[in-house]
Ligand binder design. Structure first.
Ligand code: V47
Ligand code: SF4
Length: 388
């Protein structure tokens, strides 16, 4: 749909003049203010903000919808922190209930993909006091020695902050050390909600919002890219979500290092926040749509399907999302343990491609930095079956 058609539909919507004015601003390409972002979250019907988000998405990416072929390594679920929403970690005091992988065990996981056309390994886990920066640098070097072309996206800012402090390195020194050992980019985890009053209640003891941002700024200064997440739908209020996105938008203006924003829906199974109800699918879709229009300097918005479930992830493709993460053909435990529909989060390339095509979009396999590897749009169903 072109801008004029969207503007006409918008004018005919049964919404306030204020909302229509915000919509016009978005259509004109202007940046909306925090107050206007808040207005969208509080007052906009899903169809209204969804149409705007879809318009922006199609202006930027057309129907192109990205995924990549990756696998995850979770070195440990032992963690010195005790985030209340986390169903995954085991406190260090109970470390016998958790797992700790040796470098050799992690290398066996890497070697299991020898000859397979994957492009990325995503390394993320708990914060284990004995797995220090030198341990992980050795892992990075060994992965690169074994498979130099494999992109290593690793360690949340929470893990990095702990590693750097323990090694008595500044953030700049620590990042440069890991980058030299083979770390290519950072995943977006650990951001949760930046606002101190919410952080205090859900993850009081780990790096604060300013620290999270500073660690990513240090990566960007070295030319590394990173992602950003936001954990939403728990005890935070709409203004906390806008504040979070505003801090990201301001930093992105300065560094241009973020690739992708990933809103993460809070799941309430088997954690200390199980009494907090989960958000509705309407609320989730609205969050994706507002993220797309608010973060005008973020190239990509990703729906992480193991968290949302395949069907809801498919729906987000009409609400601003242009990336659906990867095939993740490994046992990713962080979400299955938090109650996601995906108890075994593995999806073959054929399944991912079919899911994207059913939504009327074009499936594009990408590398971590969004270079196109293959366009699957014109593949016939019997060719799809043969995909590895
Ligand atoms: O920071 C933990 C979240 C994150 C729960 O960058 C929960 O490409 C919901 O950030 N309900 C880690 N979420 C995972 C992450 C990620 C995942 C996929 C891709 C990328 C990327 C990054 O998982 C944590 C936290 O926000 N999380 N527990 C829960 N109960
Ligand atoms: Fe540890 Fe991460 Fe779980 Fe927090 S979310 S307890 S830092 S594993």
């Amino acid at each position: 749909m072109d801008s004029e058609a969207v503007a006409t539909i918008m004018q005919g919507s049964q919404v306030s003049t204020e909302l229509k004015e915000t919509g016009e601003k978005i259509l004109s390409g202007a940046r909306i203010s925090p107050a206007e972002g808040l207005l969208l979250l509080e007052k906009a019907p899903l169809a209204f903000v969804g149409m705007l988000a879809n318009h922006i998405r199609e202006q930027r990416h057309g129907h192109r919808t990205y995924f990549n072929r990756n696998f995850h390594i979770e070195p440990t679920n032992v963690c010195v922190f005790s985030c209340k929403f986390c169903s995954y970690s085991r406190l260090y005091a109970h470390k016998e209930e958790g797992w700790e992988l040796s470098i050799d065990q992690m290398m066996d996981k890497v070697k299991a993909y020898d000859g397979k056309p994957i492009t990325e390994v995503h390394i993320v886990g708990g914060v284990h006091p004995k797995m220090d920066i030198h341990y992980f640098a050795e892992l990075l070097r060994k992965i690169k020695a074994h498979r130099p072309d494999l992109h290593i996206k690793g360690f949340t800012a929470v893990e990095l902050d702990y590693m750097f402090r323990k090694a008595k390195m500044t953030r700049a020194e620590g990042m440069a050390y890991l980058h030299a050992a083979g770390l290519d980019s950072l995943p977006g985890g650990g951001a949760e909600i930046f606002a101190a009053d919410i952080r205090e209640q859900i993850c009081a003891d780990k790096v604060d919002g300013a620290g999270w941002l500073d660690i990513h700024a240090n990566a960007h200064a070295l030319g590394m890219h990173s992602n950003a997440t936001m954990l939403f739908g728990h005890i935070e209020q709409y203004h906390h979500r806008i504040d979070h996105m505003e801090q990201l938008r301001q930093m992105q203006d300065r560094t241009r290092g973020f690739n992708t924003f990933i809103p993460l829906k809070f799941r309430n199974f088997d954690n200390e926040m199980s009494h907090v109800p989960e958000s509705s699918v309407i609320e989730d879709l609205k969050m994706y749509a507002v993220a797309r229009v608010y973060l005008d300097n973020f190239p990509h918005i990703k729906a992480y399907w193991p968290m949302l479930g395949r069907q809801n992830a498919q729906l987000t493709l009409s609400f601003g999302v242009n990336d659906i993460d990867g095939t993740i053909d490994d046992s990713t435990k962080i979400y299955s343990m938090a109650g996601s529909e995906e108890q075994n989060p593995a999806m073959t390339t054929a399944e991912l491609v079919a899911l994207i095509k059913q939504a009327g979009r074009e499936p594009i396999e990408r590398d971590t930095l969004y270079n196109e590897i293959r366009n699957y749009t014109d593949l016939e169903p019997d060719q799809l079956k043969e995909l590895r």
